[in-house]
Design a protein around this ligand. Structure first.
Ligand SMILES: Nc1ncnc2c1ncn2[C@@H]1O[C@H](COP(=O)(O)OP(=O)(O)OP(=O)(O)O)[C@@H](O)[C@H]1O
Length: 481
């Protein structure tokens, strides 16, 4: 029997959609699903009419369905392609719909778009998925709406949605049979009737441990702009693949920029945001549309977390638990009263030693590489940017107490150590080599000399689409999955 085979008859009656706790509950037992008749769904969607049309993805169309005499609103996902996710060891391909059914019968969470049931369309030889209806569109639409009448998404909403999605991704990763979503992006975050963010679209998700045969045989897939660059072969897949995509989502939420936007140079959000974060220009990363901006320390904490998530070395990224904790702190700090925050900032400023002016001037002419040590042993040094292209390790630790002012032009002695591992770097031995090693994190960044901003054609990606896009000598082929 194939790993992914699933049918409604084998389902066990455990249905507790809003209290699924990965620690207490196993996702070994599938939830009971409703099996719909095709005619029932056709009637509920007015014959899949344009009036019920909700949206189109790369693999099909989604319609609003009114079921159970108006008591149940649902979304019906009707696939136009029998796209495959991967293959079993017996080479049977698995359709995205089957894959989604398999996973969504096993995992449910309050911040997920849960599966209600499905229907077999015998004529087209596909399955139609019936999922929770989300009346408030996608996070992508809310973040990037070009309608001037739509108010920009507030900071509070952004951090709330980020925390909800981080929570569900963490729950998926720590479930008994872990799930890696592989397609975290703003258009897969839907907003429910209560204004909560829910993770959708498990068509590419994989369930099981990373050494399971099926995961080892499934070619990389995801969406351009969100796809982990270190995920080049099936064996590269880990939970950190999702952490990377979540980091992109976080950068998108902080900045209001698309993951890839050809109107800008660099067009890729990582190439644009990470150097700014590295230089401590946190305000420049923050979406100018946000009206009541949070304190710089709050933006800074979140921006650094996002930069850590998108580090090119997967192992050095934080896990989702750390991301969740960071987001909880960010939300607490964002809500703290202005007077309290001012007091806190003042006391921080008094206790910190700012670098000597000469040292600052010297630093301005250097590429700044940041690394954290223990609180006692932090120090600042610097390195010269030499050569055309340098690869640096950008390292820092998250202070226990969030920093309350942006970094440059003053680099604060107590928080950073500058150190290089790049070719041509002239740096003395670092006395903090071992200190703070456990908490230090590294972001490997390819720093190129400033490129002139090209005049770009006015092209804007309306939405990034899920694709299997990897072509490498490690993967079987470069076709779309
Ligand atoms: N449960 C739902 N409730 C309401 N609208 C939905 C629901 N699911 C999807 N939609 C709408 O349908 C659109 C298409 O969704 P779908 O998941 O098929 O594709 P996508 O995620 O946008 O793109 P891709 O398939 O490339 O990942 C969404 O952008 C959204 O507007």
């Amino acid at each position: 029997m194939g790993y992914l085979s699933c049918n409604g008859e084998s389902a066990v009656a455990i249905c507790d959609p809003y209290n699924w706790n990965p620690r207490r509950r196993s996702n070994r037992h599938p939830h009971k699903l409703r099996i719909f008749k095709y005619d029932e769904l056709a009637a509920a969607t007015n014959g899949f009419s344009a009036g019920n049309f909700l949206g189109k993805g790369s693999h099909g169309r989604v319609y609003k369905a009114v079921l159970d005499n108006g008591k149940l609103l649902a979304a019906v996902k009707r696939s136009t392609l029998t796209t495959t996710v991967g293959s079993h060891n017996n080479n049977n391909n698995v359709s995205q719909a089957d894959n989604e059914i398999e996973i969504l019968t096993r995992v449910r969470h309050r911040w997920m778009v849960n599966l209600i049931g499905y229907c077999v369309d015998h004529r087209r030889k596909t399955k139609l998925l019936v999922v929770d209806y989300m009346p408030n569109g996608t996070l992508h639409d809310q973040l990037h709406s070009r309608c001037s009448l739509d108010p920009p998404l507030s900071w509070n909403r952004r951090t709330k949605h980020a925390l909800q999605i981080a929570t569900v991704v963490h729950a998926l990763h720590v479930a008994e049979n872990p799930v890696i979503h592989r397609d975290i992006k703003s258009s897969n975050v839907l907003i429910d009737g209560d204004g909560n963010a829910r993770l959708a679209d498990f068509g590419l998700a994989l369930i099981g441990n990373v050494d399971d045969e099926r995961l080892k045989c499934t070619p990389p897939a995801g969406t351009l702009g969100y796809l982990d660059p270190s995920y080049l072969a099936p064996a590269d897949l880990t939970a950190k693949t999702d952490v990377f995509s979540f980091g992109i989502l976080l950068l998108e939420m902080i900045s209001g920029r698309e993951a890839i936007d050809l109107n800008y140079s660099p067009s890729c959000i990582v190439d644009w945001a990470v150097p700014l974060i590295k230089r401590g220009e946190f305000a420049a990363v923050c979406d100018p549309k946000i009206k009541n901006r949070p304190y710089s320390a709050v933006i800074r904490k979140l921006a650094i977390m996002a930069a850590r998530c998108v580090r090119s070395t997967a192992k050095k990224r934080p896990d989702m638990l750390e991301v969740v904790e960071c987001l909880k702190t960010v939300r607490k700090l964002s809500k703290a009263s202005p007077a309290w925050n001012r007091l806190r900032r003042e006391s921080e400023d008094r206790s910190e030693n700012v670098l000597a002016v000469e040292e600052e001037k010297e630093l301005e002419n250097h590429v700044r590489i940041v690394r954290g040590g223990s609180r006692k042993n932090r120090k600042v040094s610097c390195m010269t940017s030499e050569g055309n292209v340098n690869v640096y390790d950008y390292e820092r630790i998250e202070p226990e107490v969030p920093l309350l002012s942006p970094l440059p032009p003053q680099i604060r002695r107590r928080n950073f150590v500058l150190r290089s591992r790049s070719v041509g770097a002239k740096v003395g031995p670092d006395p903090n080599e071992d200190v703070g090693h456990k908490t230090a994190v590294t972001l490997r960044i390819l720093i190129e000399k400033e490129r002139p901003v090209k005049t770009m054609a006015a092209v804007r990606l309306s939405k990034s689409r899920s694709v299997g896009m990897v072509r490498s000598n490690k993967t079987a082929s470069g076709k779309r999955y």
